[in-house]
Design a protein around this ligand. Sequence first.
Ligand SMILES: [Zn+2]
Ligand SMILES: [Zn+2]
Length: 97
Amino acid sequence: MLIGCPECNMRISSAAARCPHCDFPEPGTKSPEVIKAIEIKKKNQKPVECTNCGFKNKPDFPRSQWMFHVGEGVLYIETYEECKKCGDTHIYTIHIE
Ligand SMILES: [Zn+2]
Ligand SMILES: [Zn+2]
């Protein structure tokens, strides 16, 4: 997606490693537009069956656990969630298109 650079406000790709205009590092990870897009995906996330016990978890994806990755033209976050029944940890990847 296209975002406004958090530093210079030019329209750039959310997956840019650096802003081509002002050199701001990984602008997508600090973009309010990206954070909003993740919040929307979070809201629309359907319950996911635990691979260990089969319990259907509705993931919360708390923001403190978001790990941003930028590279090869994509921006995505990795986050993890514990099964509410058995405590098994599951990793989720959310891509920002
Ligand atoms: Zn910039
Ligand atoms: Zn489980």
